[in-house]
Design a binder for this molecule. Structure first.
Ligand code: SF4
Length: 343
């Protein structure tokens, strides 16, 4: 059976192929063809001798994903991709074109065990983790399809990335590597619903990427309603771990906060949120809050807050010295906005 080449790191590729690749510089050429020139077949690796190209083709699979559906927003140009894996499972990635920046929001799991009540991905039964190769191939396929160089990566698609630590961290090493995707650390964001153990591990491994913590609530009772399957870490523990992450990595932290009418969007919530950040020494220029007005999905009994209450929430945070942005719902007309990825 052929091995999926994208599942191997450069050093794994080197040791796996030492029987037929004698010169080390060939490994760099191969990586260049895969990650920089975006070749989709070994035949295109023209700087490599033909017999070696044929050997690579015999030994390895270069692509394992198929784009089976693609929808583009007529409002903002966002593109939602549905991928099919070799074992006929489906998951999503989103291309977010902005002036001067092309980002992708990618998946880390098929389905999601966290089952957040506002999220369509949480309603898809968790099947398995994506492999390292399947994670980075989402970027390659989108670059091939759009003919654009991706400059930012968000681990905010289907799945809780911290539950797939090994594949995600291995994919990250490839995404930041100068020889491979060469995407700046500060342009990569990994989100978690509050896996304190993994936040500390990512802090200690120090990839230097941005962390987005999906807090979404100011009391434990609210949080349980919004994220029923969370990791059983308290808000206190999550914010303490976030502070540790900032201290250790000198990176940036985003607190994600979905605003749901009559659940967590009152003035009292805004005041409580400000107090919580203050208590944890998280009122500084490296921390911002993303306010995400709830995007309607099938099967969730939640309502969108009024525009007036969203602005009031933001202003109350601002009065407490907190940088808060209201996140625009990109791709909501094609089911690609936050919480809408599902089938
Ligand atoms: S919000 Fe994230 S963690 Fe929660 S169900 Fe959706 S994909 Fe999973």
């Amino acid at each position: 059976m052929k091995k999926y080449i994208l599942d191997l790191t450069d050093s794994q590729l080197k040791s796996y192929s030492k029987a037929f690749i004698k010169q080390d510089y060939r490994i760099n050429q191969i990586l260049d063809w895969i990650c920089v020139k975006k070749a989709a077949t070994f035949e295109e690796f023209t700087s490599i001798p033909k017999d070696l190209r044929q050997e690579l083709d015999r030994k390895f699979l270069l692509r394992s994903l198929k784009i089976v559906k693609k929808r583009q927003s007529i409002v903002d140009g966002t593109v939602r991709y549905t991928f099919q894996s070799v074992d006929k499972k489906y998951f999503f990635a989103v291309f977010l074109p902005e002036k001067g920046k092309k980002s992708v929001c990618i998946s880390s799991q098929i389905g999601c065990p966290m089952m957040c009540a506002f999220c369509f991905s949480g309603k898809v039964k968790y099947t398995r983790n994506l492999t390292r190769g399947e994670i980075i191939e989402q970027i390659l396929q989108i670059e091939n399809d759009t003919k654009e160089k991706v400059s930012g990566v968000l681990f905010m698609g289907m799945g809780e990335p911290t539950l797939n630590y090994n594949s995600v961290s291995s994919a990250l090493s490839s995404i930041v590597s100068k020889k491979e995707f060469a995407i700046g650390k500060r342009h990569i964001t990994l989100s978690t619903v509050g896996n304190v153990t993994a936040i500390k591990k990512f802090a200690n491994d120090n990839f230097g990427i941005r962390l987005a913590v999906s807090l979404h609530a100011t009391t434990e009772k609210q949080r349980k309603k919004i994220i029923p399957n969370s990791f059983n870490f308290s808000i206190e523990e999550i914010l303490s771990a976030s502070k540790y992450y900032l201290k250790k990595t000198k990176s940036r932290l985003t607190i994600e906060y979905i605003l749901i009418r009559e659940i967590n969007a009152s003035s009292a919530d805004a005041h409580r949120l400000a107090r919580l950040l203050k208590q944890h020494d998280l009122l500084n220029q490296n921390v911002q809050i993303n306010l995400i007005p709830y995007n309607t999905i099938k099967g969730a009994n939640f309502n969108v807050p009024t525009q007036e209450s969203i602005l009031k929430f933001k202003n109350l945070l601002k009065l407490s010295g907190i940088v808060a942005n209201i996140r625009q719902a990109k791709g909501s007309d094609i089911g690609a906005a936050c919480g809408q990825l599902g089938y």
